[in-house]
Design a protein around this ligand. Structure first.
Ligand code: FAD
Length: 403
């Protein structure tokens, strides 16, 4: 699929999708089918990412139809690929289909969708988060292979991943954005060392990943050497929509939990001030939801644009505020916490209690790009305001001072 690929949507597409879902659910009833089998059959019918090309999990239809598919499969009791493989489904799949070779698309997309092979995103480094293009991990070509050395950090689900989407520096003499290259790396390859990083929830859902002389075949490049920045933009644009772009039913999700807590309060605690706060948050949640509905309707092509930053920013801020209100409404109970014992979850972003959801939500305005960076993107790319100060833009990366 080329970056300029457009997709169409007609009434016939909608009917065809409905027919395919009927057939999927009839042939593979969720109650008696394993998740892997059902998701595999969903992929084979082009209902995995409906805007992808035929043969690669899609039908070249509008991405808008995916919400319809997901809702129907979920309502029938079926699995959702995102929950099983969030980084893979939301970000790595769209990047592979945009930049991968035919062989890579055939090899990776199906098991990624079924959750048989989990993926992680190896972008951030200790010295390169918001300024991700300044990263230092490097790859040097050696015959038909590239040799990787360096460190990545905050790598969600690296401990359960089979594949990683890795961006490293291949040309230190080029300006920082131009010297990057993207690869698919086997997380079980010799020289890959995954170490847990513990969060304040007690869990370690993310990791440090060290690469020591790790060899990657040249066939595992995504795009060409030097394309790494453009490849990353595909991932990052999809990440924002993946984190903040979900269209949930009205009044559902975190705000539903806050409303339920408020309703259960004794009358003397249902004071006007907390009701006011709850109403404000309900309205912000609904405005965010409607903004996402509009963005989804407007999306005609596979790769989302900077409008994804609006949803990501709004989601992060409202989510944090709603969970803060929840623990406030819980009173002293809000301070109770089951256990801080370190666990290595198989899934990311999970929270089985409101207290844990409150702690986990603090990361929302950091992961996938901080709220400050989202505001800069909106200012520059949506509102057309003057750009951030970038003193290193025109200097070779090797000449940029760094600590
Ligand atoms: C839960 C979680 C999961 C994550 N998962 C992954 C993952 O799977 N893979 C991965 O590669 N990364 C992952 N990350 C890393 C994440 O992308 C980075 O943490 C994020 O981009 C910020 O980078 P940083 O932590 O280095 O902070 P910094 O970039 O050092 O930022 C520090 C502070 O400075 C502010 N700041 C920085 N630059 C600017 C600017 N130009 N203008 C205004 N303010 C600025 C930031 O907003 C922030 O407040 C994850 C992070 C979290 C919290």
């Amino acid at each position: 699929m080329s970056p300029s690929m457009t997709v169409t949507e007609t009434r016939t597409d909608e009917q065809r999708v409905d027919g395919l879902i009927d057939d999927l659910l009839q042939q593979h009833p969720p109650a008696s089918t394993t998740a892997v089998e059902l998701l595999g059959a969903q992929f084979d019918r082009g209902l995995a990412w409906v805007h992808f090309p035929e043969g690669h999990g899609g039908l070249c239809f509008s991405p808008r139809l995916q919400t319809r598919i997901n809702e129907r499969v979920l309502t029938a009791g079926g699995p959702y690929a995102y929950y099983r493989n969030p980084i893979g489904y939301g970000m790595c799949g769209p990047t592979v289909v945009e930049w991968g070779s035919e062989a890579q698309k055939r090899r990776y997309l199906r098991p990624l969708f079924t959750g048989e092979e989990i993926w992680c995103q190896l972008f951030s480094e200790p010295g390169a988060g918001s300024d991700f293009a300044g990263l230092s991990a490097k790859a040097v070509r050696d015959g038909d292979e590239w040799v990787i050395n360096g460190q990545k950090v905050w790598t969600t689900l690296a401990h359960v991943s089979k594949w990683g989407l890795l961006v490293v520096r291949t040309d230190p003499e080029a300006v920082k954005h131009a010297g990057l290259t993207a690869f698919v790396v086997d997380m079980e390859a010799p020289g890959v060392d995954v170490r847990p990083l513990r969060q304040m929830t007690g869990e370690a859902e993310f990791n440090e990943v060290y690469f020591t002389d790790v060899r990657i075949p040249a066939s595992e490049l995504l795009g060409q050497p030097g394309d790494g920045w453009r490849v990353s933009l595909t991932t990052l644009m999809n990440e924002r929509v993946s984190i903040g772009g979900a269209v949930a039913p009205r009044g559902s999700g975190p705000i539903a939990a806050a409303l339920a807590l408020w309703k259960a309060l004794p009358e003397w605690r249902q004071d006007p001030a907390s009701r006011d706060e709850l109403m404000k948050l309900w309205i912000r949640s609904e405005v965010g939801r409607l903004t996402n509905v509009r963005a989804a309707q407007n999306r005609k092509v596979g790769v989302p644009g900077p409008e994804g930053s609006t949803g990501k920013l709004a989601f992060a801020e409202v989510n944090k505020d709603v969970y803060e209100l929840c623990v406030e409404l819980m009173g002293a109970d809000g301070m109770l916490y089951g256990s801080y014992e370190m666990v290595r979850p198989e899934k990311a972003m999970g929270a089985d209690t409101l207290q844990k959801a409150f702690l986990r939500s603090r990361a929302n305005s950091i992961e996938g790009g901080t709220s400050e960076v989202m505001r800069s993107i909106l200012g520059e790319r949506v509102l057309g305001l003057p750009g951030d100060v970038r003193v290193d833009r025109d200097r070779p990366w090797s000449q940029v001072p760094r600590s």
